[in-house]
Design a protein around this ligand. Structure first.
Ligand SMILES: [Zn+2]
Length: 295
């Protein structure tokens, strides 16, 4: 029987997986198309991606459900299928993970702006998160990962929804960018403030993913800030592989698997307890990091 994620994390650092969206694009998903729909239409390709990450050594498999809130799916006319899409996302990852890896039910932003900056009432956003959280847990997710958040108020709603849906473990990661006054989310929130609010809203693990214009050296510094703010709560850091660059009409990412392998021990030394990758990272990046994350 697999240990609980938090118990295992108290014993050893864990390796996450890499990108989902950019990997699905390399498997034929058209830019702008709904990748989450593949959970229903092309489950074999989604299974194949999970299988590649498991073979690369991932301890954690992230479900293909980043854009799986009813609010985001509505943009593709798929909101009525939200439950089926999210439950399938979790069961596909579960099927491949078995008891060899933990399944993180992935929850991304709901796709709008909350009042007072935007026109979405908090109750509506929370309901969208709740519906997604319930379906991911029903499909077999071990934990929920709320990621790429910019607004701590939105993070709080997603965490509350996850907790009320019964998530055994909640991970909370924000997207930061480098500014003249330090690392901030797009909403201007510092790492310290972002982490504090996520912890107060019940996050068991806190951190960062998918930054804008952040080098791996920036992630190392950001990790130290996150750890200082986390007060003993485990920290997860999943960098994107540099910024996307368009070459010959194709999107590519600058940072190599070898650079990720070199960064992994530095992120762990800075206090991260889970390392993985975000956009642009591949099973090769994860496989290169594996020897650096001691089992
Ligand atoms: Zn990303």
């Amino acid at each position: 029987m697999k240990a609980s994620l938090l118990d295992e994390l108290s014993r050893r650092p864990l390796l996450g997986d890499g990108a989902t969206g950019t990997q699905l694009q390399s498997m034929g998903l058209a830019p702008g198309a709904c990748g989450e729909r593949w959970n229903l239409d092309h489950p074999d390709r989604v299974r194949e991606l999970h299988r590649r990450y498991l073979a690369a050594g991932s301890d954690l498999l992230t479900t293909n459900s980043f854009g799986g809130t009813t609010t985001v799916l509505a943009g593709h006319g798929l909101d009525a299928q939200a439950r089926a899409i999210n439950a399938a996302a979790a069961s596909l990852a579960r099927e491949i993970a078995g008891d060899r890896a933990w399944v993180l039910g992935d929850i991304g932003p709901f796709g709008g702006m909350l009042e007072p900056f935007g026109d979405v009432a908090p109750e509506a956003a929370e309901a969208a998160f709740r519906a997604q959280a319930e379906a991911l847990l029903a499909g077999g997710a071990d934990a929920l990962l709320v990621e790429t958040m910019s607004d701590p108020a939105e993070m709080e709603l997603a965490l509350r929804a996850g907790r009320s849906a019964g998530a055994p473990v909640l991970l909370a990661t924000y997207a930061f960018q480098k500014t003249a006054v330090g690392y901030r989310t797009m909403m201007g929130t510092t790492a310290a403030e972002a982490v504090r609010r996520a912890r107060e809203a019940g996050a068991d693990i806190v951190g960062a993913n998918c930054g804008t214009e952040l080098s791996l050296a920036d992630y190392e510094k950001l990790t130290a800030e996150l750890v200082a703010a986390a007060g003993g709560v485990p920290v997860i850091v999943q960098p994107n592989a540099g910024s996307p660059v368009i070459r010959d009409g194709r999107i590519s990412y600058a940072e190599s698997a070898a650079e990720f392998a070199a960064a992994a021990p530095r992120l762990l030394a800075a206090g991260a307890r889970i390392v993985g990758g975000c956009c642009g990272s591949t099973p090769d990046h994860i496989a290169a990091m594996r020897p650096q994350v001691k089992r």
